[in-house]
Design a protein around this ligand. Structure first.
Ligand code: MSP
Length: 648
């Protein structure tokens, strides 16, 4: 173990709404945090990993009513399902907070009272647009097309007596916090711009923090017809669960401030504006980092949601392909900050390439050769040569790269780096041709060194894979004869920790290949049948010649600039990079996107349409988008797709 004292490390997931069962989207954030928590434990930190459920609010109250039960009984059942899923996924949380827990209620009431006494909370009247499913009030200017900017649903006029938190007071401090390069508080950086342009610069409004229109919540102690409204209740979990202002726990001094709050983009606003403001008002330290990842989307480009009936059952995926395959898939494919369309096919293809072919084969070939050529135990006499240097030096460099990637939520970068080295190790087999060395008795010491290098490479990469694949890693260690004391995080930096006469053990196939076609068919058969709905689709067009398609030049383009076209509520004006240069293009999607949301994105475009003038501006091409609900969504590629890449 390196020279790290048992320093505390505190990481949190959002507390999820138990308004429905957990789905693959919740799994992503929770697995991501679990990966960091496991790595930090391996690094010798004293880790506190908190997850939980956000159980109050009108939506839960309504759901319970619909089911003829009490809100508490309703959430109890769903919380059980969250816990079952986390157990299935190997989530190593240290504490589970429920906002209906007594200690949490105590903390929220104490905080509310303190903020009121200190003048940060005052009573007034709330008038606004309210979105019931999101439990959010919006100002007129925040609405998109008259609808809730988060979920696109209808909002209603609402007004009631309410308590307010003086959020507006904190605007300058929040801006300073977000722009502080050294603190690097909010990641990815694009979210900083979003917060500043969309919320701080237009003027932060004071925040409504109580409600009288429903009862399923924490009562305000000094005005019992009010209940504490959503964010003071929800955000406070991160400190109530550590014992702040309650007697149940006593870990606040030790773990607060949190090292990492992790969540998806839609609640970054609450964590990077409201939460720091509440803490500043309380005079408490601020969390160190907030990470806002993208969404797992499902076909229609929207955030996966229970209401759309498009959920993929994580239990089924774990049962069929293994927990670690699902963990690996989500962490490998989701590029931090970007959305990822969910695809079982993508999971199978990557599984076959990286796990079955590259890692699985590396382990099984190496172990099989050690058994075949040396009866499973390598001789002490080995001949290392310069031909080993490249592989070994790549392994030497890997640990810091992976640590840095994982602790900044760039799991796909970390995994990509690991699998580059796995590929290098496979290449090392081909370069050294052990089967030829085995034919020559005098080459035995060289053969032993080659196999030893391979076993040690497997040991070193498997250590770094442990937080992602905690169930498979011990099986690999067993096969290659690595003792537990040589599988700590920093042991991956040290070469040759296996005993000189290491003994391997043949084990079961780690990652059986997936027959993609067959599995896709079987999963499709398992999926719940959708009810037939009247189609609002355009009828299919007549057949056309292939050449008509081939004549179109479809490319990925990167949005450099985007702005509204004056006097048009439909058009956005873009400057895009098409790989060969910059061009201007217009698109009629202003109702569905704010310009800032599109800057930096990589989109699909027809680039060889003749120029057209719209509202006095020339448009060179057409940005492609897909009909979605009452609007359109652009077709988006991961950031790593190069502008100018051909779409076919
Ligand atoms: N209760 C609030 C959070 C309060 S935190 C103080 C809430 N709950 S939620 O159930 O809606 O969970 C939202 C979070 O779940 C997202 O921020 C993200 O972490 C995770 N995800 C839910 N659906 C997701 C996707 N489709 N994709 C990625 N993450 C998703 O908001």
């Amino acid at each position: 173990m390196a020279d790290i004292e048992k320093k505390p490390f505190y990481i949190t997931t959002p507390i999820y709404y138990p308004s429905g069962n957990p789905h693959i989207g919740h799994c992503y954030t929770t697995i991501a945090c679990d990966c960091v928590a496991r790595m930090k434990r391996m690094q010798g930190y004293d880790v506190m990993f908190l997850t939980g459920t956000d159980e109050h609010g009108q939506k839960i109250e309504k759901k319970a009513q619909e089911e003829g039960t009490t809100p508490k009984a309703y959430v109890d059942a769903i919380v059980e399902n969250f816990k079952k899923l986390w157990a299935r996924l190997g989530i190593s949380y240290d504490r589970y907070v429920r906002t209906t827990d007594d200690y949490h209620i105590k903390t929220v009431q104490n905080i509310f009272e303190k903020l009121y006494k200190d003048g940060w909370i005052y009573k007034s009247e709330y008038k606004g647009k309210y979105c019931t499913p999101c439990e959010s009030f919006w100002t007129e200017s925040q609405l998109v097309d008259g609808k809730c900017p988060d979920c696109g649903r209808d909002v209603t006029d609402a007004s009631e007596e309410a308590y307010f938190f003086k959020l507006s007071h904190f605007a300058p401090k929040l801006k300073e916090l977000l722009l502080d390069e050294e603190k690097n508080f909010l990641n990815p950086k694009s979210r900083v711009n979003e917060m500043i342009h969309n919320f701080i610069d237009p003027g932060l409004q004071d925040l409504c923090v109580s409600r009288t229109s429903f009862t399923w919540g924490i009562p305000v102690t000094f005005d019992e017809k009010h209940i504490v409204y959503v964010w003071i209740d929800a955000l406070t979990n991160y400190i109530s669960a550590m014992g702040f202002m309650n007697d149940t726990y006593n870990d606040y001094e030790k773990y607060w401030p949190a090292d990492m709050h992790v969540m998806a983009k839609e609640i970054v606003r609450f964590h990077s504006l409201i939460w720091p403001s509440i803490l500043m008002a309380l005079g408490e330290p601020l969390p160190k980092k907030v990470y806002g990842h993208g969404w797992i989307t499902f076909g229609d480009g929207g955030k996966m949601s229970k209401s759309k009936g498009n959920v993929i059952d994580p239990f089924v995926l774990c049962d069929r392909y293994g927990v670690d395959a699902l963990r690996f898939h989500l962490l490998r494919e989701m590029v931090f900050g970007s959305d990822m369309p969910y695809s079982n096919e993508m999971m199978f293809n990557r599984y076959n390439a990286d796990l079955a072919n590259d890692l699985g084969n590396l382990v099984s070939r190496t172990v099989a050769m050690a058994i075949k050529y040396f009866d499973g135990t390598l001789p002490a006499d080995k001949e290392f040569t310069d031909a080993d240097t490249d592989l070994v030096s790549q392994l030497d460099a890997l640990q810091p790269v992976v640590s840095e990637a994982f602790e900044t939520c760039r799991f796909s970068d970390g995994l990509e780096a690991i699998f580059r080295v796995v590929a290098r190790a496979n290449k090392y087999i081909d370069e050294n041709e052990p089967w030829k060395l085995a034919k020559d008795e005098s080459a035995k010491p060289r053969l032993a060194a080659v196999l030893y290098n391979l076993l040690d490479a497997v040991r070193r990469v498997t250590i770094l894979l442990t937080p992602v694949m905690p169930h498979t890693a011990p099986q690999i260690f067993e096969q290659i004869g690595a003792a537990e004391e040589n599988t700590g995080w920093y042991d991956s930096e040290k070469k040759y920790l296996l005993p000189a006469d290491v003994t391997v053990k043949k084990g079961p196939v780690l990652f059986p290949r997936i027959d993609v076609e067959k599995e896709l068919e079987e999963l499709a058969a398992l999926a719940p049948k959708k009810e037939e709905a009247p189609s609002d689709l355009e009828p299919l067009k007549e057949l056309t010649k292939y050449d008509n398609f081939a004549a179109l030049d479809l490319r990925a383009v990167k949005v450099l600039e985007c702005e509204n076209v004056p006097k048009s509520d439909k058009l956005l004006k873009f400057k895009v990079d098409d790989g060969f240069g910059e061009r201007q293009v217009l698109s009629g999607i202003a109702k569905y996107y704010k310009p800032e949301e599109l800057i930096g994105k990589t989109l699909a475009m027809i680039v060889n349409l003749e120029p057209r003038k719209m509202m006095g501006f020339e448009s060179n091409g057409m940005i492609l988008s897909v009909k979605f609900g009452d609007g359109y969504r652009v077709i988006e590629f991961p950031d790593s797709v190069k502008p100018g890449s051909d779409i076919s």
